[in-house]
Every structure is written in C-alpha cells, then in structure tokens.
Design a protein around this ligand. Structure first.
Ligand code: SF4
Length: 332
C-alpha cells in the first residue's frame, strides 16, 4: 500500500469543562462567560511513512502526549482527522474500527500505572487476544509466550503480578501486550523516561530490534533529544500545541532552522561544553488556556520582530523534506 501509514490532518484537541447549573444561569443572564478552553493541540498536520520512526519533541505541557492519544484513538479530535492507511479513522465502524485500534498500539510512560495490578502477566498480555477473539482460546497461551519471548522476558515469570517486576521488566510486559495483537504502528509516549539510565538503553535497543523483526512504524514522543537523535529518522518539534518544525533528524540536529528548535538543541548538556553555563530555553511555556497572539513563541524568542506579535507564521517548506513556521524563514 502506498502513502503514509498514518496521517494527521488539521487535528486540534481542546478541553473544557461543562458549566455548572449556576454558571449556565449566569451565562444566560450575560453575567458570566463560558468556562475556559485548554487548546492542547491546535491544527497539527503530520504524516508518518511505513517503517519510519518519527520523533515528536517538545517541552512538558506542549501537547505531544495529547496528540499521541488522538493518534491512537484514545481521544477523539475536536477538529481535523486522523487517517490510518488512507482511511479516516473516526469514520471507521465495527471490525474496521477494531482493526485500527489494534494496529496502532500505545506504550505508556509509567509501565506500573498501565498494568492492572490484580492480573497475572499472562492474562495482561493475552487479554486483548481473548476478548476480541484474535486467536482460538486454546492458542492464547502460546501467543502470550511468543510475545513474552519477543521482549526477552523469562517465561517462568508468566504467572507473576506486575509488582513482582522491576521497572524495565514492567515496560517489557507493556510492550509484549502491545505486540501480542500484531500492531503495525507503535505510539511510544516517553517510554523510558521513568526507567534507570542503564535500563533505558536495553529498552531502546529492544525497540530497534522489534522494528526490524516486525516491520514496525513508530511515533516516538520524547523530550529527550539525545534519544530522538539516536532512534528516529525524522523529528517534529512541537510548541504550545502546534508543530513548528519537521525534518530528517540528521539535518535538524546539524542545522536547526526554527528559533525554538535552536533553543532546544542549545539546551542539551554536552561534555565538550561542560565549562559553559547550562542554557535552558528562556522563559516559561505560556498557558494553553491563553496562547499568545501572533507567533506563540514570540514572548521567548530572541529573534522576534514586531510582526511576530501580530501574525502567526504558517508551516512552510524551507528545503526538501523540511518545514518550519517562522516569519524569518519565509523565502522571497
Ligand atoms: Fe521568533 Fe518571530 Fe520566528 Fe516566531 S516568527 S519563531 S517569534 S522570529
């Protein structure tokens, strides 16, 4: 099948709370305004090619985890659409909808919170197979064993509970659960952020092995730029709910174009610069309740000009395979 395996077109995801009865009465009388809206994701376009590892990077609170949940179907978009293998995911029904939900699996940041503490490992890994009748009941046990072996877990542990494992082993259980249903895409939300550094390397290597063994496509959400550089083919930089730059990893790390990408890369601690002061991105991420007008990065941007405060830059091609949203990068 040609074309991207996953496409995000103009996707927004907003959160608001329902007004109380008293608030509704006050609103009807014109004495109160509607509850504020959190614009977690705003007008995102992304495409992930088959077999690709796309990194999604940004500061905490920029909307990357919300976008990951929209891509996997956990959250519906407020606007726009997610297309899986060319078909709009939100229009799929019945068996086709289930195929999409199984084909796009999510790996969560906190493996302990994502595993039912009352279930033994073989039930956790085999639950979706049984519930959806993906394999005959008599074959579920063998399928679970294959998934556990795939992630390097000793089959002797299959009857244990999640609390009897280390953090790295629990993440392997989460990966085995996803693998058991034969996904085509894995959406990994900070999958090693909660693990010890020594264990992180093992789990990252496992992701690489599984990619080639099962021809997997990854959307890899992380704030760890070193990890993204090592693991990903392309990277998308997100700021306050919007994508501000995308391109091949090697090119972005060699010559970041957007001022925010430049600031993020500048903030990576490096051994050869250890005598220089650590330079975090200046200022705070503005609230998604009230994003700044114009370019959302302008209150923190060292290159901002008057136009940046009034006009939001669109994502535009800046070279082959690269796009960025910055007035200073417009050609002509
Ligand atoms: Fe900075 Fe202006 Fe470019 Fe935004 S548009 S990143 S404020 S220079």
């Amino acid at each position: 099948m040609s074309g991207p395996i996953l496409e995000v077109r103009g996707v927004s995801r907003h959160f608001t709370r329902h007004p109380t009865l008293a608030e509704r009465i006050l609103m009807a009388a014109g004495r109160a305004s509607a509850p504020p809206v959190v614009r977690a994701v705003e007008g995102v376009d992304l495409a992930i090619e088959r077999g690709e590892v796309l990194g999604l990077v940004g500061e905490s609170g920029c909307g990357k985890s919300t976008l990951a949940r929209v891509v996997t179907g956990i959250l519906p978009p407020t606007a726009g659409e997610v297309r899986f293998e060319g078909r709009p995911a939100h229009q799929l029904r019945g068996r086709e909808r289930l195929d999409y939900l199984l084909a796009v699996q999510m790996i969560f940041q906190d493996p302990f919170a994502s595993l039912d503490p009352r279930m033994r490992v073989h039930r956790i890994v085999g639950e979706a197979l049984s519930v959806h009748g993906l394999v005959p009941e008599a074959e579920v046990g063998a399928a679970v064993d294959r998934a556990l072996a795939d992630v390097g877990l000793d089959l002797a542990y299959r009857d244990r509970y999640p609390h009897q494992f280390s953090g790295g082993q629990r993440q392997r259980i989460g990966i085995a659960r996803a693998l058991a249903v034969k996904p085509r895409v894995m959406v990994c939300d900070e999958p090693v952020a909660a693990l010890d550094v020594s264990i992180q390397a093992q789990v990252i290597n496992l992701f690489l092995e599984l990619r080639s063994r099962h021809q997997l496509t990854y959307l890899f959400v992380s704030h760890n730029l070193g990890l993204v550089r090592f693991l990903c083919d392309r990277v998308a930089i997100m700021y306050l709910g919007r994508i501000v730059e995308t391109g091949p990893v090697a090119e972005i790390f060699a010559s970041p174009a957007h001022p925010y990408t430049q600031a993020l890369l500048e903030a990576i601690p490096r051994l050869h610069r250890r005598k220089r002061a650590f330079e975090p991105v200046q200022g705070e991420l503005p609230s998604p309740l009230a994003p700044p007008p114009g370019c959302p990065f302008h209150p923190r941007c060292p290159a901002a000009v008057a136009r940046c405060r009034e006009e939001r830059p669109e994502l535009r091609s800046i070279s082959t395979g690269r796009v960025a949203a910055c007035h200073l990068l417009e050609k002509g």
